[in-house]
Write a protein that binds this ligand. Structure first.
Ligand SMILES: Cc1ncc(COP(=O)(O)O)c(C=O)c1O
Length: 436
């Protein structure tokens, strides 16, 4: 692996990109604004490594922000996409792969009897909200501080991900008449739920929550909190929508709802179900899903929805995951990673540089500035960002890539071996020391 890491070619390409695209990117967190410097331009990727146009290689913990559970360019997915492309990349008509992927997801998910494919997680949550409003005849929705559900207007209120990264609470351009229909509560607070539901529950169409909130660090919620949320939503006739765009088919074959035994009304998927291509989906009981056009009056459509390329990539990904007993392997990999990191974290805490690790299966997050695992957005120390920025660059220097944001989680994938994790832990150790 190279040690001299010139990034001059990336810098030149970024200058060109900035001239023609806002911030030089197609999605804000890709810039290095919160860590400083220019984003690297990728040329190719394979397994757990990416290669940039500068000729540098990095061990990658970003994994395209979640979809790449098999690693980069897995042969089964590449072949399936090549074959589908040769038959025609888009039909705008039904294809078998679409039904096969729907059948597979319906069989694996405890929540989904029927599913509608869309092109992104954003479309999935946006459409699920429309469906929930139609099903209940109510307009109000509730979400949680720091949870990100994509960039549709209704969800851009105290959202995580890029908004947390750039220290913004909400987006410009969202009409007040729209954001006034979205209420926000802190996570990890049953009393706040009870008070809010007593006042607003009967007016509320849906509560949206990430299976494991993973866009403002990693904030797994206590099972008592989930039980109270489910009890209150049911009592008030409010739909519980679990956003599994990150957790779906990553945490377990049936996603978070299966592991945590959450009887959600609707779920949303994205990322893993598209195997790296733009696919999202939402699903639930047949009774609810039959409200969608053309069976029902909830209009929702898409020129490229269910297209054969995305469906082929998703099928190849889910079939490989099932064939390889992937979730047990990912948990084993996650445990090995945790075992490597814990001594480093103890060392940092002894050295007076507080830090903690949160891990759920193949998702992990280092929280700088606290020895205590936070469970809500407000509990995340704000001063952690500077150290994260130094840590990020110290890792890059050593050939390891994490997300350029203190609020984004890391992703393990099945292309990683113990030797890769040991190598990464060496880099983490040195980078933690350097960034104190
Ligand atoms: C939990 C969650 N929901 C929705 C989305 C939006 O998905 P997309 O970026 O595909 O629109 C994301 C994206 O990161 C997400 O993490």
């Amino acid at each position: 692996m190279k040690t001299a890491r010139s990034t001059e070619v990336s810098a030149q390409l970024f200058q060109r990109a900035e001239a023609v695209m806002p911030g030089g990117v197609s999605s804000p967190v890709r810039t290095y604004r919160s860590v400083g410097g220019n984003p690297l331009f990728f040329e190719s990727a394979s397994g757990c490594r990416v290669k940039t146009v500068d000729g540098n290689e990095y061990l990658d913990f970003v994994g395209s922000w979640g979809p790449l559970i098999l690693g980069h360019a897995p042969p089964a997915v590449v072949l399936a996409v090549q074959q589908a492309a040769a038959r025609g990349p888009s039909f705008g008509a039904p294809c078998l792969a679409e039904t096969e992927l729907a059948e597979l997801i319906c069989a694996l998910s405890p929540v989904v009897e029927k599913i509608r494919f869309v092109n992104s997680g954003t479309e999935a949550t946006m459409s699920a909200l429309r469906l929930a409003r139609a099903a209940t005849g109510r307009d109000l929705m509730l979400k949680f501080d720091g949870c990100y559900h994509g960039h549709a207007d209704s969800f851009l209120v105290k959202a995580g991900s890029g908004l947390a990264t750039f220290g913004e609470s909400s987006s410009a351009g969202v009409p007040g008449s729209c954001s006034s229909l979205t209420d926000v509560l802190p996570l990890d607070d049953e009393e706040a739920l009870r008070v809010w539901f007593a006042q607003n529950g009967d007016l509320t169409a849906a509560v949206f929550v990430e299976g494991i909130p993973a866009n403002c660090g990693l904030l797994p919620q206590r099972k008592e909190w989930w039980a109270e949320l489910r009890r209150l939503t049911r009592n008030h006739g409010t739909l519980l929508v679990v956003d599994e765009v990150i957790t779906g088919f990553r945490i377990a074959s049936g996603g978070f709802c299966a592991v945590a035994n959450i009887d959600a009304d609707l779920v949303t998927y994205g990322k893993v179900i598209g195997g790296g291509l733009p696919v999202g989906a939402y699903g639930g009981s047949a009774a609810l899903m039959n409200l969608i056009s053309p069976d029902g009056g909830v209009y929702q459509a898409g020129t490229l929805s269910g297209n054969p390329l995305g469906m082929a990539a998703g099928l190849a990904t889910l079939n490989t995951l099932q064939a390889e007993d992937a979730w047990a392997k990912l948990e084993e990999l996650g445990q090995a990673w945790e075992d490597l990191l814990m001594p480093l974290i103890a060392r940092e805490n002894e050295a007076g540089a507080p830090l903690c690790l949160v891990r759920e299966g193949s998702l992990f997050w280092l929280c700088f500035g606290s020895q205590q695992v936070p469970r809500s957005f407000a509990a995340i120390p704000q001063e952690g960002g500077d150290r994260h920025a130094r840590f990020f660059h110290a890792l890059l220097k050593r050939g390891v890539m994490i997300a350029p944001s203190a609020f984004e989680v890391g992703f393990l994938n099945l292309a990683m071996h113990h030797s890769d994790l040991e190598h990464a832990a060496g880099a983490f150790s040195a980078a933690l020391e350097e960034s104190r």
